[in-house]
Design a protein around this ligand. Sequence first.
Ligand code: HEC
Length: 215
Amino acid sequence: MSFELNKILGAVLAAMMLAMISGIVSGILVHPTKLEKPVFAIEGVAAAPAAGGGAAAPAGPEPIGALMASANADNGKAKTQQCAACHTFDKGQPNRVGPNLWGVIGDEIAHDRGGFAFSTALAAKGGEWTVDKLNEWLWKPQNFAKGTKMTFVGLAKPQDRADVIAYLNAESDSPKPLASLGSAPAPAAAPAPAAAPAEAKPAEAAPQGEAKPAN
Ligand code: HEC
């Protein structure tokens, strides 16, 4: 009897050790992709001096702060035809492939939307949806949150993004005056997105002499 028990215990112990070892080995082999944030930070910095510094890669969308005040929600609504396969926009409508977007501006990114299962790529972003972040997101979703489930190519035209954001603003319990959504009028001192963590790295990417720190 007790000999049988020993054999069983031995087998259990061996199995546990095997599990532990494979855990350690997979920990060594599989690296979590932690690099995403710094990469994003570089984009934010590259976008800021877009007016002057040429050499930097065109890594970010054109800022749309100056366009917001005169953005047209009706045009934006028309543009959201291409979102409608995946999204609903009115209050109380169901989620589809993507979540219902009522009141998304100012809401937390990938926050609870009727139980919608967000990707970890988007959920890991944190913070709330500002005009600046929506500008980046709608420009190229995969660029904003690599690995996102939103398989949408993006809105290339700044005016389209501004109009769609104006429509998103209207689809809310508390729409804001459009002028208040705009950031700095001139691209000269475009404010870096508040959420972009300035991880010291941006200095490498920026051309010499334009060491403007992101705030
Ligand atoms: C092919 C389907 C698809 C299309 C087209 C699409 N989306 Fe999405 N969208 C998604 C999915 C899926 C998510 C969730 C992404 C994730 O979890 O990674 C999402 C997420 C979002 C979010 C974030 C919601 C939140 O609560 O954080 C916004 C905003 C958004 N989409 C706006 C738009 C707009 C505006 C358009 C059209 C210009 C559009 N989407 C087109 C599928 C789509």
